[in-house]
Design a binder for this molecule. Structure first.
Ligand code: G5P
Ligand code: MG
Length: 226
């Protein structure tokens, strides 16, 4: 009998904790497919889809979009890659979203980036992004080779509308009230792994070593015989 092995991970942490940065390293090292709820929403806004137009003001104000909308969107993305190993970034963000996810699959591990709020604020106001790919830069931490230009495509970088100081404060408050309970949810299921620190380059080797132990060697990217 041929067994199919897939690995399903979630990455959590406050806004600006480095989820996108660490996700990029995880996908490069382990081949998991990266699904970012924020990137999907921003792509919809950019393309002016009905969903994007409806959700734009919510996101720009630093509020969460409704649970039913985001759950439907993410679960439909997951259905397209159910034979692959994946990493979910930015979802689930409420206990209701975590329950929706659990209704379709179990999560193997939840990586929690525990970065102090004081560290975060400066990072976000100096962030630049390549919208189409979700690639993230920072004028201090990882600047693009040419200022304002994406290293890979040569296209222009932009700043996110929700990276203003006031909106960042609102997003951090929302995280405390709505998302921290999700950490408890996963802790009680025994799948939560927390990595604390103030620098991604110091946190990353621990995440990498943890995943190297955790991920079955046959499960990177595509489902494989196990
Ligand atoms: P997002 O897009 O999921 P957030 O707020 O969760 O947004 P964000 O802002 O994308 O998270 P991140 O991915 O955790 O942050 O961090 P990052 O981009 O990797 O790093 C931040 C910056 O710091 C970058 O410039 C990076 O280069 C730099 N950096 C990284 N490490 C270091 C370091 O060690 N040192 C320094 N100096 N810099 C560093 O969600 C956006 C919105 O979409 C909606 C909500 O409205 C949300 O606010 N949304 C949802 N709503 C409901 N439910 C959901 N599930 C939703 N998902 C998204
Ligand atoms: Mg992100």
């Amino acid at each position: 009998m041929v067994l199919r092995t897939v690995f399903r991970a979630v990455i959590m942490g406050p806004p600006g904790s480095g989820k996108g940065t660490v996700s990029d390293r995880i996908t490069k090292s382990f081949g998991l497919k990266h699904i970012s709820s924020g990137d999907i929403l921003r792509t919809n806004i950019e393309a002016k889809t009905e969903l994007g137009l409806l959700m734009k003001s919510c996101i720009d104000q630093g509020q969460l979009v409704p649970d039913d909308v985001i759950s439907r969107l993410i679960l439909s993305n997951l259905r397209n890659i159910e034979q692959s190993s994946w990493l979910l970034d930015g979802f689930p963000r409420t206990v209701s979203q975590a329950e929706s996810l659990e209704s379709v699959c179990n999560v193997d591990t939840v990586i929690n980036l525990n970065v102090p709020f004081v560290t975060i604020k400066d990072r976000l106001t100096s962030r630049w992004v390549h919208l189409a790919s979700g690639r993230v830069y920072n004028t201090h931490f990882n600047p693009p080779t040419v200022p304002g230009i994406d290293d890979v495509t040569g296209e222009a970088l932009t700043q996110r509308d929700d990276d203003t100081p006031d909106t960042v404060t609102r997003r951090l408050k929302g995280y405390e009230h709505q998302t921290q309970p999700v950490l408890e949810y996963y802790r009680s299921k025994g799948v939560l792994e927390t990595f604390s620190g103030t620098e991604t380059n110091k946190i990353w080797p621990h995440v990498q070593a943890f995943l190297a132990r955790k991920i079955p060697s046959s499960s990177g990217g595509q489902a494989a015989a196990g």
